[in-house]
Design a protein around this ligand. Sequence first.
Ligand code: PHE
Length: 344
Amino acid sequence: MDLTELKNRAKEEIEKIVDLKSADDFFKKYLGKKGEVAQIFDSLKDLAIEEKKAIGQEANILKKEIEEFFNTKADELKNASKQAGLGHKAEKIDITRPGQKIQRGHLHPLTLAMNEACCIFQTMGFEIAQGPELETEWYNFDALNVPKDHPARDMQDTFWLKDTRTVKNEIKSSKLLMRTQTSPVQIRYMESHQPPLRIIAPGRVFRNEATDAKHGAQFYQLEGLMVDKEVAACNFKAIIEEFLKRFFKTNIEMRLRPGFFPFTEPSFEIDVKRPDGRWMEIMGAGMVHPNVFRAAGLNASVKPGLGWQGFAFGVGIDRLAIVKYKISDIRLLYQNDLRFLQQF
Ligand code: PHE
């Protein structure tokens, strides 16, 4: 009886098996009650005691080996049928089911409002200008005609820096602050560009004040400046009306109130009517004060044709956003609460 031959045969056979039915046949043939392995054990009874022992041991090992061949193959076949979706517990794929929605990020409502506002002004010929958030007292106040002891300096509670080092090339002022407004960009731009000009300057501004539903210690402004030989308040009104109409996509009601800013004369404050009927101030504006032109090294004139004239405005982007998206409280814009942000 050649046990090695039997083992090799079994191995060869099992390797060729590709389905459960033939695996079953294989089991019967080798490991079944009347299978080849059982026959070996049967034949032991005719042998002498010594041989019985020796062959019995070998036959036991052989049985285990063939069982292992079978088990490995059986597992292999089961896995394959599961993957193909044929097994009884196999996953069924319903191709008509809607897919799982992929979570995607999107722009913040403030960014949306800022982008939209910039776009609208760009289509009206305004170029984008920028200035630093860390400013000097000169650009934020002095050059904008705010006298040293004027309450307007307190009006916009300023974050002053302890450090008073002179900034690069800055001889005019050494005191540093976080800009309280984007208006210093007007001066910086006019210093290096000759009118006629039309710019907007979007950016972050900082104020040392308590926050509430309409005020934040840090918020966004969009400064506008138009300078030419003949620019009047009616030009300002027309441009702002057009801007608001496009930004809010309705004929939103607006009103101009007289206001005060040291860098404009006359000055206005602009309100828009919120959907609930209440007025909301969204911007300060006015005709550029001659002292501002002078500080930037330009000739000013109140009479058309003799020097430069212009209007300037500073619109609060946060305010625009809360009116446009009907948000009740400006602070929601800075809390990064996904339940809020996912609505945009
Ligand atoms: N800088 C002013 C503010 O922050 C707004 C403003 C800008 C007013 C330009 C007039 C002209 O309140």
